[in-house]
Design a protein around this ligand. Structure first.
Ligand code: UT7
Length: 325
C-alpha cells in the first residue's frame, strides 16, 4: 500500500462575526455564561444567500494553491457536510463545477463533526490502493441555516466556515493510523428531526421548529469526553505509539471544557492542544480541518511533526487519526 499524506490545506471563514455581546441581545444569555461554559467568544456567519459550496470553494482554492495542484488534475472531491447547498445534487458536484475540476469523481459524506476524519480516511483508501493519484477533502458547514436562533441551549454554540485539504502519495510519513467508529443507538440526542424522508417539510414541521438542530448537551458532554479519550488511546495503540510521540493534538472544537477534560484524562499538557473554538465556535464538519489549517499556517505544525486528530459528533460518530506532517 502506498503512503498517503496531506500536501496542502486551506480555509475560508465568512466575514460577518457574531459576538457573545450580539447574542445577549437575541436570547437570555450572557458573555460570562458562554465563555465559562464553552470557551466561545465569537463565531463567523455566512452572508444571506451564501451556501456551503460558496464557502467550500474558497477553502478548496487555497488548499490547491498550497498543494500546487491544478483543479483540472484532481481525481476525487469528497465534501464532508450536514448543511450542503441542497439535498441533491451533492455539494461536491457543485464545488467541482466552480473549481473547473472536470475529471474529479465527487460525493458528499455525512458524519457531522467527525466528517473530515472520515473524509480523509476514505480518500486515503482510494489513493493508497492506486485508484486515484490525489483527492480534495472539504469540510464545510453553514450551521446558521439549521440553528434555532430562539434556543439559547444551541444557538450560542455554532458557526459557519470551511476548510480543505489535498491528499496525495508522499515518500515518507503521512497518515500513520486511523480509527473510526459509530454508535447508531443514540441518534436522538443530537439531530435535525425534519427535512428528510422521515418528516418532510410541512407547515406544521416548520411551525414546530423541527428543521433546526436539537441537542441534549448535558448527555452528549459526558459521552464526548469518554469517547474522544478512548479514540485517542485506541489510535495510538494501533500505531504502537504513546503521547510522548505526539507534538500536537487537534480535537473537535465542540466545547473547550470537553477538550480540556479529554486532555486531562490523557495526561496531555494544554500547550500541546490546539484550539480555535474561541474565534469560530463549533463548525461541525468544518471545525477539524480549519483548526488543522490554522495550526499549520501559524507554524504550530511543522514538517516532521506528528499530530493526532480526535473527533466526535452526531451519529454518534467518532474518529482519531495520527499524521506525520
Ligand atoms: O459537536 C459535537 C457534539 N456536541 C457536543 O459535544 C456538545 C456537548 N455539550 C456541551 O457543550 C454543553 O453541555 C453545553 C455547552 C451545551 C451546555 O453546558 P452545560 O454546562 O452542560 O449546561 P447545562 O445544559 O447543564 O445547563 C446549565 C444551566 C441550565 O439552567 P438551570 O436548569 O441550571 O437553571 C440551562 O438552562 O445553564 C442554562 N443555559 C444557559 N444559560 C445562559 C443553557 N444555555 C444557556 C445559555 N445562556 N446560552
Amino acid at each position: 500500500m502506498k503512503r498517503v499524506g496531506i500536501i496542502g490545506v486551506g480555509e475560508y471563514l465568512p466575514e460577518k462575526i457574531l459576538t457573545n455581546a450580539d447574542l445577549e441581545k437575541m436570547v437570555d444569555t450572557s458573555d460570562e455564561w458562554i465563555t465559562t461554559r464553552t470557551g466561545i467568544k465569537q463565531r463567523h456567519l455566512a452572508a444571506p444567500g451564501q451556501a456551503a459550496s460558496d464557502l467550500g470553494v474558497r477553502a478548496a482554492q487555497q488548499a490547491l494553491a498550497d498543494a500546487k495542484i491544478k483543479a483540472e488534475d484532481l481525481d476525487l472531491i469528497v465534501v464532508a457536510t450536514i448543511t450542503g447547498d441542497m439535498p441533491t445534487p451533492s455539494t461536491a458536484a457543485i464545488i467541482q463545477n466552480k473549481l473547473g475540476a472536470k475529471k474529479a469523481v465527487c460525493f458528499d459524506l455525512s458524519a457531522a463533526c467527525a466528517g473530515f476524519v472520515y473524509g480523509i480516511s476514505v480518500a486515503q483508501q482510494f489513493i493508497a490502493c492506486g485508484t486515484y493519484k490525489n483527492a480534495l477533502v472539504v469540510g464545510v458547514e453553514v450551521l446558521s441555516s439549521v440553528t434555532d436562533w430562539l434556543d439559547r441551549n444551541t444557538c450560542v454554540l455554532f458557526g459557519d466556515g470551511a476548510g480543505a485539504a489535498v491528499l496525495a502519495q508522499v515518500p515518507k510519513g503521512g497518515i500513520i493510523s486511523t480509527y473510526l467508529g459509530c454508535d447508531g443507538s443514540k441518534t436522538d440526542i443530537l439531530n435535525i428531526p425534519a427535512g428528510g424522508s422521515r418528516q418532510p417539510a410541512t407547515a406544521a414541521s416548520i411551525e414546530q421548529r423541527q428543521h433546526y438542530l436539537k441537542m441534549q448537551g448535558n448527555e452528549l458532554f459526558k459521552i464526548a469526553v469518554n469517547t474522544m479519550t478512548r479514540a485517542a488511546e485506541t489510535v495510538l495503540e494501533q500505531a504502537g505509539m504513546t503521547f510522548k510521540d505526539i507534538d500536537l493534538i487537534i480535537p473537535h472544537q465542540a466545547n473547550a471544557r470537553i477538550i480540556m477534560a479529554v486532555a486531562k484524562k490523557l495526561g496531555i499538557p494544554e500547550d500541546r492542544v490546539y484550539l480555535n473554538i474561541e474565534r469560530c465556535g463549533n463548525m461541525s464538519s468544518a471545525s477539524m480541518v480549519t483548526a488543522l489549517c490554522e495550526a499549520v499556517q501559524e507554524g504550530k505544525v511543522k514538517k516532521g511533526d506528528t499530530i493526532l486528530l480526535d473527533v466526535f459528533g452526531a451519529g454518534l460518530v467518532w474518529g482519531a487519526c495520527i499524521i506525520e506532517w
